[in-house]
Ligand binder design. Structure first.
Ligand code: AMP
Length: 280
């Protein structure tokens, strides 16, 4: 496995390769990231993984500071998973002095859910860094987790709008044995907070089950979910039932929507979602 830190070195290594599959991450790798690597490997060709904790997508300085970083561990896990090339740029490589360009996906897509709660700058940071990474790696396909459902929709919109020649592939959420979606932030949960957090997948599943039993009233499903999360000790930021393509909230469920949650266990902000109709 090769490790490169500059775009120039990356281009050199990738000069004569055939198909390239790309998995962008912020490191602190877990089975969720590695499931994206598996999906990329299954498609064949060279698998590139990037590790870059992107400062511009953090809306809280404390969250950026507390973000787990362990390059040696990440490289070991990447190698074991069969990654061919790891791109680990420094902040100066991605944002050179005088950096003044932002890729901004505007409109309702970035104004709801995460956009409403984390602020507009979050998705500007995501779109800008993903555009830069895609231009640096120039992959045939890029792999993203359905756990960050809004991120997938925003990236798809940007790729379509800019005409970037890449296939965006969304991969299912990898979960712990109790259902909690794997996340680099889980490492920051105390034992008590970890137990509270386990309510998130339980409550999401109960919404899926209620919808399967024929409940279509979104406000009722939302209210019950909010109550369940609050009862577990979580501070709920949002519970929403939204169209999977536009992420616009719906009043009546047809069965194809996503139920999405953001909630805090202590200081740790967690997000998760499930499709009402079962796995996507
Ligand atoms: P991050 O390092 O958190 O920016 O995540 C990098 C990529 O891994 C993103 O596309 C995430 O959506 C994806 N990812 C994070 N957690 C999971 C998970 N539990 N299952 C599947 N994909 C995930």
């Amino acid at each position: 496995m090769k490790v490169v830190r500059t775009v120039a070195a990356l281009r050199e290594v990738l000069a004569d390769t055939g198909r390239v599959g790309f998995v962008p991450t912020m490191g602190a790798l877990h089975e969720g990231h590695l499931s994206l690597v598996q999906a990329a490997r299954a498609a064949g060709g060279t698998v590139v993984l990037s590790v870059f904790v992107n400062p511009t997508q953090f809306d809280e300085a404390s969250d950026l500071d507390a973000y787990p970083r362990d390059e040696r561990r990440d490289l070991t896990l990447a190698e074991q998973a069969g990654v061919d090339l790891v791109f680990v740029p420094g902040v100066g490589e991605m944002y050179p002095d005088g950096f003044a360009t932002t890729v901004s996906v505007t409109g309702p897509l970035t104004e709801t859910l995460e956009g409403a709660h984390r602020g507009r700058a979050h998705f500007d940071g995501v779109a800008t860094v993903v555009a830069k990474l895609l231009l640096a790696v120039r992959p045939d396909a890029a792999y993203f987790g359905e756990k960050d459902a809004q991120q997938v929709v925003v990236v798809r919109r940007m790729v379509r709008d800019l005409g970037l020649p890449v296939e965006v592939v969304a991969s299912p959420t990898a979960r712990d044995t109790d259902g909690l979606a794997l996340s680099s932030r889980n490492a920051r949960l105390s034992a008590g907070e970890r137990a509270q957090a386990a309510a998130i997948p339980r409550v999401l599943q109960s919404v899926v089950d209620a919808a399967a039993r024929g409940e279509t009233e979104a406000s009722l499903l939302r209210d019950r979910a909010r109550a369940g999360l609050t009862a577990a000790g979580l501070a709920v930021e949002y519970v929403e039932i939204a169209d999977p393509d536009t992420l616009e909230p719906v009043a009546q469920c047809s069965g194809r929507e996503l139920v999405l949650v953001a909630a805090r266990a202590g200081a740790v902000r967690l997000i998760d979602n499930m499709p009402l109709g079962g796995s996507r």
